[in-house]
Design a protein around this ligand. Structure first.
Ligand code: SAM
Length: 563
């Protein structure tokens, strides 16, 4: 049965803080909106501590337009607190530990400046248990937003208003013309992307200079009585309203692994020790990693694509989302309804659309990283329901295996194949170093023989099989996957895959033999019975004819087959 067409004003992609607050403002202005969110997609807002701090960095720089931005944010959260009947914004003094005398003097100088005066209070020589040989400065108008509570409540409200769809958004499903856009059964005047760092791979906005930075945060418990203020001294410690603490954050432009890493935990725990005279004991509750949607010029990205007047972006708030988004959401909503100007510093018209838009901004995810990011929702949803069985058909240097093992942990099993002993060794080392080698079986043999190595009990039970074809990077380029054995392995994979399970194939037509292999894979995909398998051919991962191609095969559910 065909679903009825739904006509709306604005389709928003992403329900992080940006999408949520923009949606909220648009509804207030009378718009009919729908927010599409893939709840398994990585969300920086869900990881962020929601810290609110108008004076930041070693140089103690005041947020531009703080006099507008701070009151707008406070007022927005107060209104939301009243409407949603819960406390969301927690006001807390911040104690900044001075690293040296120069910082102490700078604080004093800033404090005399009338622009800074509302945010910087007195200096104190010491605070109980804190290690501060150069003293501390008290910062005002600081605190944190309980972002998760706010996003949960807003999502419930959007659901109640039938303005929310939980789904994975595929760019290839979007149709657009000069009149508006269509996505599935929704016809909208415009679409606005609010997908955080993932918009750097958005085909319409990948020319914008994003500079995403991974950050990790720990949530902790402690039986020691600790200061009630936020402590800020290199790393920060934030006491939460429920008695727990958060500490953060690490900072890295390396996005090859989006998961929490053991070295980040060590860095954070060491940083925490340095804040105290006598380091208190903490128990780890959870370690989380997210990617900040930072931008090269440190200003947000707001506005419509220069050539497509119905496709817009509202993004790039970096690590200051809780402070900045209310101001910019109001401004953009007013622009959409009343055609007022987009704040100049945030308007994407400041960035020229390159004629050849293949420029690679720094911080871009590696190819496999991008595939991982897109496979993540599937693997998380499998792990949520039970054990996950996965196969890495080409172990290579172990990046895919590491990604899979990280997600599976003790909830399932991973089998990895490679014909090169070197590759098996590299993978083993990588898994051991990350502490995720349990429940993994590494097999030095061709993937075309996988049926002989995977226990029979897993026939039709494997949730994900990953092929990353070609040659082992940084090794002998003559050992490449061959079209004949690749097709045999794909035939074997089809027998192993579970209902709703996926086979992911990353093929590289750019090297000798790779073109024929990619062609053979394409032919194999065409022959799969359509009522049993859906085939997704993703948009080319770069832009040229030789660019890598990513395919997914999804086995239909049993229910769909018996219908
Ligand atoms: N997944 C790897 C990673 O994350 O580092 C990259 C894989 S690399 C592009 C391709 C690998 O396929 C090489 O290590 C190569 O040795 C392996 N290979 C080639 N033929 C194979 C076969 N018949 N069975 C299994 N592995 C094979």
């Amino acid at each position: 049965m065909c679903e009825a067409i739904k006509y709306i004003d604005t389709l928003i992609i992403g329900q992080g803080l940006a999408g949520s607050l923009l949606g909220y403002q648009l509804i207030k202005l009378g718009q009919n909106i729908t927010i599409v969110c893939d709840e398994h997609s990585p969300s920086a807002s869900r990881v962020a501590a929601g810290l609110f701090n108008p004076v930041t960095g070693q140089r103690m720089v005041l947020q531009e337009q703080a006099e507008h931005i701070i009151p707008t944010a406070r007022q927005c959260y107060q209104t939301l607190e009243r409407e949603l009947g819960q406390t969301l914004f927690h006001e807390k003094t911040m104690l900044r530990i001075f690293k040296h005398e120069k910082e102490q003097k700078n604080f004093e100088k800033r404090r005399q400046d009338s622009a800074y005066a509302p945010y910087l209070d007195k200096q104190i020589d010491s605070a109980e248990s804190i290690l501060a040989p150069y003293g501390l400065g008290e910062q005002m108008q600081t605190g944190y937003l309980d972002t998760n509570a706010l996003l949960d409540s807003l999502r419930d409200n959007f659901i109640e208003q039938q303005s929310y769809i939980s789904a994975h958004f595929e760019y290839s499903d979007l149709k657009h013309s000069e009149h508006g856009i269509e996505w599935k059964n929704i016809h909208a005047k415009r679409i606005i992307f609010c997908q955080g760092f993932m918009d750097k791979d958005n085909p319409w906005f990948n020319y914008l200079p994003f500079q995403p930075a991974k950050g990790e945060i720990l949530t902790l418990k402690s039986s020691t009585t600790l200061p009630e203020e936020i402590i800020n001294g290199g790393k920060w410690l934030l006491p939460l309203h429920d008695g727990r603490y958060k500490t953060g954050a690490t900072y890295s432009h390396d996005l090859s692994h989006l998961d929490p890493m053991p070295e980040a935990k060590t860095e954070l725990l060491n940083g925490l020790q340095k804040l105290f005279d006598d380091a208190p004991h903490f128990d780890l509750v959870v370690q989380q990693a997210g990617v900040r949607p930072n931008t090269l010029d440190k200003h947000p990205f707001i506005g419509f694509h220069p050539k497509h007047s119905h496709i817009a972006i509202f993004n790039g708030f970096g690590s200051k989302g809780s402070m900045l988004i209310p101001h910019y959401a109001q401004a953009f909503a007013q622009h959409l309804e009343h055609n007022t100007a987009i704040p100049r510093e945030a308007d994407i018209s400041r960035i020229k659309l390159p004629t050849n838009k293949t420029a690679t901004p720094t911080g871009r995810l590696s190819l496999t990283g991008r595939v991982h990011q897109m496979l993540l929702p599937h693997i998380l949803s499998v792990c949520k329901q039970g054990d996950c069985i996965a196969i890495d058909a080409t172990a290579g240097n172990g990046h895919d295996s590491l990604f899979l093992a990280h997600q599976i942990k003790s909830r399932g099993q991973l089998f990895a194949f490679d014909i090169q002993q070197q590759a098996i060794n590299n993978t083993e080392k990588r898994l051991n170093e990350a502490g995720v080698a349990d429940n993994t079986t590494l097999i030095c043999c061709g993937h075309e023989q996988m049926l002989e190595h995977i226990p029979n009990t897993f026939l039709g039970k494997v949730n994900l099989i990953v092929f990353n074809l070609g040659y082992l990077p940084r090794a002998e380029k003559t050992v490449i996957t061959q079209k004949e054995t690749t097709i045999q392995a794909l035939d074997a994979a089809i027998q192993l895959i579970a209902p709703l399970g996926r086979i992911s194939i990353l093929a590289y037509p750019g090297h000798a033999g790779g073109d024929q292999e990619t062609y053979a894979v394409n032919t194999w995909l065409e022959k799969l019975p359509k009522h049993r398998y859906s085939v997704i051919k993703h948009d080319p991962l770069h832009g040229s004819a030789n660019s890598p191609q990513w395919f997914e095969v999804v086995r239909q559910s049993q229910a769909a087959l018996s219908e």
